[in-house]
Design a protein around this ligand. Structure first.
Ligand SMILES: Cc1cc2nc3c(=O)[nH]c(=O)nc-3n(C[C@H](O)[C@H](O)[C@H](O)COP(=O)(O)OP(=O)(O)OC[C@H]3O[C@@H](n4cnc5c(N)ncnc54)[C@H](O)[C@@H]3O)c2cc1C
Length: 557
């Protein structure tokens, strides 16, 4: 933590130097002594200190200053640093005026000039004030702070991005926190800057308003640009399947790069509790799994580019090229497609407008705390919806699951159904579907259609989480990579038709298991046609595919 500040302001340079000298000689080991020669200069420095979260313990101002007197200054400074102790330096002639102003500016003490000897006339007073200040002082948060409003999609995106990339931050909802004098001080010290939200405040004093995610990524040290333009193995997608392949590939000596559009962890990173992954008897959260896997991959030297999106692919002889969203191109010998699947969106009028402002697809687990005491609606009846219901039930007053089918039995694992049934604040409304949403700038209500009798009822609602299945996004592969009619990538034996290899296939062997119709381009995980959509199967495929890559690489080198 930076040292708390003792701030003194006086227009008389000699007095200013003398106060500073005396304060330094006694307090410099524990406090930073700062000075200003006018009230306006002092206020601007105090604002900057506030924005940097640097605490101010004491404000010591001369009463007689041109433009703004000491009391006027302390009144304004108090708005910015409400907890700082306030003392006024007065000449004998100003004593009465100073005493009159004490109540108005809630000044803690006034000192008479001259204060010699300081051991008798200055330090006992300051010691007392600082003792008081220290007893109630709580050290400020030293990391990244994000200012925004709960009902803004941009704020939600930013918080989700930081959380999924495991970057700790403090969230300051300025609507709720206006009642907090500290936050009011922060907002007033930021002035017009606090009007463009979300705003990130970094500990070094840098501020980014409404920042694009790549700019945030750069600032927090995430790598988005490749170090070189050629790799043995390039992996598209950092879900469990891509991460497993990265760990196995790099640990076996392949120079490996993994490119991830959002945050490593993929869909699994959105899971509040994965209970069926081998070796974790009491389950583990998706973010925990992602954090461990990323650390493991980095330890083996995998280069992780995130957030960075792959937008194109081409082949030239033995080289496979990937085009990135920022226009860069990287090449490799072996390429792995591990892009998983993405949430399907719901087709209800007006719902797009409310995304991130009460309506969330998948995950949204970072919202759980904000839902304390509310009713949360969850759409979907599969495991992901069940996990989310269990997670939100710890915070929300009530969780309502809207399920199209007659029961959860055909869509959810047995262990999860049992947990849902045993949780008193979860209600499952079967044969129910969402037919409408209400709200202009944030969700305020939903309409639910009962499939049994065709009636529709409206309910007030502020949080709706949607888990209605997912689909592959593989359009960027163009005509190069063969897919089924739903966009899932074909591989190995699935490519053979009547025992014949695909027309584009150039080698005199069949495509190996997990190999696409382009030699040296492999596919694993949820995006693969016929895959089992599970963390363990993705991880298994990621581990196995490296073996086939070695066989391929052994022949081309
Ligand atoms: C909420 C939830 C809970 C779940 N719970 C469980 C569970 O308890 N047990 C279980 O076994 N399974 C569970 N699953 C399923 C499991 O998470 C998936 O099967 C698994 O994550 C699939 O891994 P993957 O690596 O194939 O794909 P994904 O996890 O989907 O990862 C693919 C990654 O590729 C990235 N990507 C996509 N396109 C591009 C591109 N063009 N450029 C760069 N990157 C790109 C995506 O951003 C994503 O991060 C759950 C899923 C969800 C959503």
């Amino acid at each position: 933590m930076p040292k708390p500040v003792l701030f003194t302001v006086d227009d008389d340079p000699e007095v200013l130097r003398a106060v500073e000298r005396d304060l330094r000689s006694r307090y410099a080991d524990r406090y930073r002594v700062m000075r200003a020669n006018s009230a306006s200069a002092a206020l601007s420095t105090l604002r900057e200190l506030k924005a940097r979260n640097n605490p101010v313990a004491l404000l010591l101002a001369d009463q007689r200053m041109p433009q703004m007197d000491g009391v006027g200054f302390l009144l304004q400074a108090m708005e910015i640093h409400p907890d700082a102790k306030r003392a006024l330096l007065t000449a004998y002639a100003d004593t009465t005026a100073a005493i009159d102003a004490i109540n108005e500016a809630r000044i803690h003490y006034y000192l008479m000039k001259p204060w010699d000897p300081p051991e008798e006339k200055l330090y006992p007073v300051i010691d007392d004030l600082l003792g008081d200040w220290t007893s109630t002082f709580r050290a400020p948060y030293e990391g990244i702070r994000v200012l925004g409003t709960r009902w803004s999609n941009r704020s939600y995106e930013l918080r989700d991005f930081l959380a999924r990339n495991q970057i700790p931050y403090q969230w300051i909802d300025i609507e709720i926190a206006q009642s907090d004098p500290e936050v009011r001080g922060l907002v007033s010290s930021l002035g017009p800057e606090a009007e463009t939200l979300p705003l990130i405040l970094f500990p070094d004093g840098t501020r980014l308003a409404e920042p694009p995610l790549p700019a945030v990524a750069d600032k927090v040290g995430l790598r988005t640009h490749a170090q070189t333009n050629f790799y043995d193995l390039a992996i598209v997608g950092g879900g469990p399947a891509g991460l497993a392949a990265a760990v196995y590939g790099a640990s076996e000596g392949l120079r490996t790069v993994m490119i991830e559009r959002e945050a490593p962890g993929g869909q699994a990173g959105l899971s509040s509790r994965i209970e069926n992954y081998l070796g974790f008897p009491s389950g583990l959260s998706g973010s925990d799994l992602a954090r461990r896997a990323v650390a493991q991959a980095r330890r083996f030297g995998v280069e992780i580019l995130a957030p960075q999106r792959v937008v194109g692919i081409r082949v030239d002889g033995p080289y496979r090229f990937l085009k990135l969203a920022d226009g860069a191109e990287i090449s490799c010998n072996a390429l792995l497609l591990a892009m998983g699947v993405q949430w399907r969106t719901l087709d209800v009028p007006g719902i797009d407008r409310l995304q991130g402002a009460g309506v969330y697809y998948g995950g949204g687990t970072s919202e759980a705390i904000a839902c304390r005491g509310e009713t949360v609606y969850i759409i979907g009846g599969a495991n992901s919806a069940g996990q989310a219901a269990m997670h939100f039930s710890k915070y929300a007053e009530k969780v309502v699951m809207l399920v199209r089918g007659a029961s959860l039995a055909s869509t959810m694992s047995h262990y999860l159904i049992e947990q849902v049934e045993k949780t008193p604040n979860i209600e499952v409304w079967t044969k129910s579907s969402l037919s409408g949403v209400k709200g202009e700038t944030r969700l305020t209500g939903i309409a639910v259609r009962c499939e049994t009798d065709g009636t529709t009822k409206e309910f007030p609602a502020s949080s709706l989480f949607i888990f209605i299945g997912a689909e592959p996004r593989t359009e960027w592969l163009g005509d190069l990579i063969e897919r089924d009619n739903r966009g899932f990538i074909l591989s190995g034996p699935d490519l053979l038709r009547d025992g014949k290899r695909p027309a584009s296939w150039t080698l005199d062997r069949d495509p190996s298991l997990l190999e696409t119709n382009v030699p040296g381009v492999f596919v694993v995980g949820d995006v693969r046609h016929g895959s089992v959509k599970r963390v363990a199967s993705g991880v298994g495929e990621g581990a196995v595919v490296v073996q086939f890559m070695h066989q391929y690489l052994g022949k081309i080198q």
